[in-house]
Ligand binder design. Sequence first.
Ligand SMILES: NC(=O)c1ccc[n+]([C@@H]2O[C@H](COP(=O)([O-])OP(=O)(O)OC[C@H]3O[C@@H](n4cnc5c(N)ncnc54)[C@H](O)[C@@H]3O)[C@@H](O)[C@H]2O)c1
Length: 255
Amino acid sequence: MFDLSGTRAVIFGLANEDSIAWHVARALKKAGASIHVGYQQRFKSRVLQALKDADFAPDGLHRCDVTDPAEVDAFFTAVGGPLHVMVHSIGFAPLETFGKPLSELSSTEFSQALEISAYSLLRLTRAALPHLARPASVIAMTYLGSTRVVPGYKVMGVAKAALESIVRELAAEVGPRGVRVNAISAGPIRTLAAQAVPGIDSMLERYAEVAPLRTRVEASDVANTALFLTSNASSKLTGQVLFVDAGFSILGAVG
Ligand SMILES: NC(=O)c1ccc[n+]([C@@H]2O[C@H](COP(=O)([O-])OP(=O)(O)OC[C@H]3O[C@@H](n4cnc5c(N)ncnc54)[C@H](O)[C@@H]3O)[C@@H](O)[C@H]2O)c1
């Protein structure tokens, strides 16, 4: 579909073969890009195990916790430039945080979710900038909970609202340097992160019955849109949130 030969990409947020980042990495690699993956230490063995049976192999695999500036710097020093694509596919809040009413969150709980799920895009972009080619594309993953109340999503909705705002602000800031910044808003997909959201199972069950396209969304659908955002076909597109959700977000009510 897209020829990405000569493209160098860094991809964050790969925990196992269900991760959206896994499917993005696979799609970019199959399109000819060279890919460097950042993983969180606690998922190292899972990632290595999954890659043993995979039909693609990253060109580089480096530990990178986005709350640790030293690990972020070490990642970009190891990978170097030029970089044409950066994929931020990261989100986290502890289970206890998801389970609590928003009004009862401590500032520590709030800050942790926001630092990992939103601020990290700024930290990674800052570290990436000296290595980013012109043009380059930065892609983040978001969800409808940024603008709508989705039961159980709670603080992550606040984090995604911040993330989407960061996408717009960053797009304006780094646009003059030839860097585009966009987000993909995916419909619900069964992944490790999704399992932390209370009610995800019933949401997934109902999805294909009510979404306009009468289907669920797969991580591979998100990966295809990431391919588009990586390629020159999207060269004038920046600061946007693209919905890959089978049309769910246009609904005003579900019967
Ligand atoms: N699965 C869905 O339904 C869905 C829908 C819309 C958006 N998203 C978003 O897609 C992105 C990827 O999530 P996923 O569904 O693939 O789940 P996932 O659990 O596979 O990926 C989440 C990733 O975040 C990483 N992460 C968490 N804390 C980190 C830290 N401190 N440093 C570095 N990495 C850290 C984890 O290691 C993991 O790889 C997230 O931003 C998520 O909110 C998911």
